[in-house]
Design a protein around this ligand. Structure first.
Ligand SMILES: *Cc1c(COP(=O)(O)O)cnc(C)c1O
Length: 356
């Protein structure tokens, strides 16, 4: 079957992204995309840059974007790294920082790309289990390790760690790198970017894909001590010197600079999340209080996989993970209020046994 493949790839199990179906009228709540368009300033900047300069290579360091990010967070440019989506930034961090003799640690239930990077780069890992309420038990990370990766808020649970717990861990665990993946932080958790000067072993990773409505542009970034950022640069320059193209750089700069639009759409999603949570609870679901742009919900009398399949038949996509402990849950991205209403209407029908 896999004739000619590299030996290490015979057993490679890649990450499986949520499906991207092209059906008219589809309600797509399965990949945590933003339901609103990107800032109009982003589209204008990209249009203006779609010119003959595309014959030229982009700035290899994405310098204009690093400057915009450094300015927004009050950091130096050498404390910022940018890449083609935070997935790529994470991959370079696993490669450049986490290939250690000791196993790295991340929770049993978290972003399912982390074990894939470990397999890809031959990194050993251990998975301290989440507690009964799907909370990260920070005490479990107080042990010898080659690095720690925590998504905060965590996915797919939507729960956030409090900053006090994270601070204690950073103070205690000083001999290995701690990566905090803040893909969803703008929807309701506290960022630890302001701490990177205090903790030279802290790398914080963020993305434009969720809160800036730019999943299609593929831009992610990292903040940390210049020593950590330098490891990412060496990993990048040993792999692909130009991670961000010219259009992505100008579009991302415009996104970072449009603070008003960001704030407005972010607040709208937070309000819709509260409403969606309430309405799901009325239907009998239990919903983990979410700090993200998705909710994680389970129904006491209806199987998770069946609900997902029934919704799909009705052209509503949500995410289901056939994994121990969470196979009765649905991860539902917060759409517009109209999209949430369509989802809720179909769920109500499914629970009542009404066919489409
Ligand atoms: C979506 C997501 C990412 C990746 O986002 P990119 O689109 O690659 O920037 C990273 N971490 C978590 C936890 C995510 O949910």
């Amino acid at each position: 079957m896999r004739r000619f493949w590299s030996p290490a790839f015979q057993e490679m199990r890649p990450y499986v992204a949520g499906e991207q179906l092209a059906i008219p009228g589809l309600v797509k709540l399965n990949t945590n995309e933003n339901p609103y368009p990107p800032s109009p300033r982003v589209l204008a900047a990209i249009r203006a840059a779609a010119n003959a300069d595309l014959r030229l290579y982009p700035d290899p360091e994405g310098q204009p974007l690093k400057q915009a990010l450094a300015k927004r967070h009050g950091l130096a440019v050498d404390e910022v790294f940018v890449g083609n989506g935070s997935d790529e930034v994470l991959a370079l961090a696993f490669l450049g920082l986490l290939r250690q003799p000791r196993p790295i640690l991340f929770p049993d239930i978290t972003y399912s790309f982390y074990p894939v990077y470990c397999q890809l780069f031959g990194i050993a890992y251990d998975n301290p289990p989440l507690g009964a309420g799907f909370e990260i038990r920070i005490e479990d990370y107080r042990r010898d390790n080659g690095g720690i990766v925590l998504a905060n808020p965590n996915a797919p649970t939507g729960r956030a760690l409090d900053r006090t717990a994270l601070r204690r861990l950073l103070q205690h665990n000083t001999e290995s790198v701690i990566i905090v993946d803040e893909a969803y932080v703008d929807f309701g958790a506290d960022s630890v970017v302001p701490w990177i000067r205090e903790f030279p072993h802290l790398l914080v990773i963020q993305t434009l894909s969720k809160s800036r409505a730019l999943a299609g542009l593929r831009v992610g970034f990292a903040f940390g001590d210049s020593n950590l950022i330098d490891a990412l640069r060496v990993a990048k320059d040993s792999f692909n010197s130009y991670l961000l193209d010219r259009l992505a750089i100008v579009g991302a700069v415009a996104a970072i600079e449009d603070e008003d639009y960001f704030e407005e759409t972010r607040q709208r999603i937070i309000a819709s999340r509260a409403r969606l949570t309430r309405e799901l609870e009325v239907l009998g679901f239990s919903v983990i209080p979410s700090c993200t742009n998705f909710v994680f919900a389970t129904h006491p009398r209806h199987d998770g996989a069946k609900l997902q399949a029934e919704l799909r038949r009705r052209h509503v996509l949500v995410r289901h993970f056939a994994k121990p402990r969470i196979d009765q849950h649905l991860r539902i991205s917060v759409g517009t209020d109209a999209e949430c209403d369509t989802l809720l209407k179909h769920l109500a029908d499914i629970l009542k046994g009404i066919s489409p």
